[in-house]
Design a protein around this ligand. Structure first.
Ligand code: PLP
Length: 395
């Protein structure tokens, strides 16, 4: 069935979308306008951590709305953003938090903060950013330059200058770049998401920490997809020993409402003054209230333990699928951020899974990405695995 009201609307056609129209959701499931149910292992691209219709989110929204203050702008103080900053710092490292409205905006802010810090402490020559092959940091002009996808970059050149790419694992290569003295910051995902669900070795993150210390360069962890409980630690870098100078967050932070954040050390924060950066909407009372409730839930040790155990179950099931299907060659991931690596293109598998009632999303050309709501049950994981197996069998 086609839906003229949506397919023939005036929406800009920059998304390749299937025909059906989503109408409602509950838990890990969504329903389209025809009443067909889908088990959703995309969670709005790793956003809906507490599932659809979450009581935590709903109660926080209702309480925040009852104050009448949806938005005030940053001309004035409100309490929720201050409390959220305190809670984020309490759970990560000493410093400050800045709030914005999306992941790309958070990384853009981190790049500006890095330049401000480097300029103030070392001078204008120290302005470059080092990112990694396979990285995805967003699609705005600064972040697009640090997103290693030629198809995304090519139509929009010239990009922001000053971004250099290194290989994940190439400690010597990064060292050579930092030795020039011109690098303000190194940005890395502890688990690459869009780049194919690739955990960055924890030892390499520790190497980056040591190199950044040795060359007085900032280390930025992009936790936009892998952070906030997704891997079974509140932040994915907390599986290892390396602590960043800045961390960027977004996706699940405000329970599906748009919000991004940068947490930065006091050393970086001290170089920023009023007027250096800003946003009209960032950190408003409604989104911050919801983020507080979401963060309190995601940071509960029992919640994270459960993510690890259900994530292990998902990973084991995927390994069994990879062993049984010739078209699948392996599994990568951490916690409830898993990728099934295929020998061929992923798009037909995603489409078949959808027809069978399972929503999954690709990560690169040949990886099926599974990022269900973090409240997914073992029974739902088993149901999803069975549907995925069926989709592969039909290949
Ligand atoms: N960084 C990472 C690691 C991401 O996965 C994404 C989005 O997928 C972004 C940044 C950009 O976030 P947004 O789409 O909210 O701008």
């Amino acid at each position: 069935m086609t839906h003229p009201t949506t397919t023939e609307s005036h929406l800009l056609g920059i998304y390749a979308q299937p025909d059906f129209v989503l109408a409602r959701g509950e838990g890990c499931r969504v329903w389209d306008e025809d009443g067909k149910a889908y088990l959703d292992f995309t969670a709005g691209i790793a956003v809906n951590a507490l599932g659809y219709g979450s009581f935590v989110v709903r109660r926080a929204v209702e309480e925040a709305l009852s104050t009448g203050l949806v938005h005030t702008s940053n001309l004035f103080r409100t309490r929720p953003s201050a409390e959220l900053a305190d809670l984020l710092v309490e759970h990560s490292f000493p410093g400050r938090a800045f709030f914005c409205n999306s992941g790309a905006e958070a990384n853009e802010a981190a790049f500006k903060f890095a330049r401000r810090w480097a300029g103030a402490t070392h001078g204008a020559d120290k302005h470059e950013i080092v990112a990694f092959r396979g990285a995805f940091h967003g699609r705005l002009f600064g972040t697009l330059a640090a997103t290693d996808r030629d198809a995304y970059q090519a139509p929009f050149r010239p990009l922001m200058p000053g971004v250099r790419f290194a290989e994940v694992g190439d400690t010597a290569g990064v060292e050579a770049m930092l030795e020039t003295g011109t690098v303000a910051a190194v940005i890395v995902e502890a688990v690459q998401g869009e780049g194919g669900v690739r955990p960055t070795p924890l030892g390499f993150l520790a190497d980056l920490r040591a190199l950044c210390d040795a060359h007085d360069t900032l280390l930025v962890f992009d936790e936009i997809q892998c952070g906030l409980g997704r891997t079974g630690a509140l932040f994915a870098w907390q599986h290892g020993s390396a602590v960043p100078d800045m961390m960027t967050l977004a996706k699940p932070l405000a329970g599906g409402l748009p919000m991004g954040a940068v947490v930065l050390t006091d050393a970086v924060a001290d170089t920023l003054k009023p007027g250096d950066h800003g946003t009209t909407f960032g950190g408003g009372p409604l989104v911050s209230s919801v983020a507080l409730a979401v963060l309190r839930t995601l940071s509960e040790p029992e919640f994270l333990t459960r993510v690890r155990s259900v994530g292990d179950h998902l990973e084991l099931g995927l390994r069994s699928i990879a062993a049984r299907h010739a078209s699948a060659s392996g599994v990568r991931g951490l916690g409830l951020m898993q990728g099934l690596i295929l020998d061929g293109p992923v798009a037909p598998v995603v489409a078949r899974a959808r027809d069978l009632g399972l929503l999954v999303v690709s990560a690169g050309p040949d990886v099926v990405r599974l990022v269900p709501p973090l409240v997914v049950t073992v029974a739902e994981v088993d149901e999803g695995l069975a549907l995925l197996s069926e989709a592969l069998a039909a290949a």
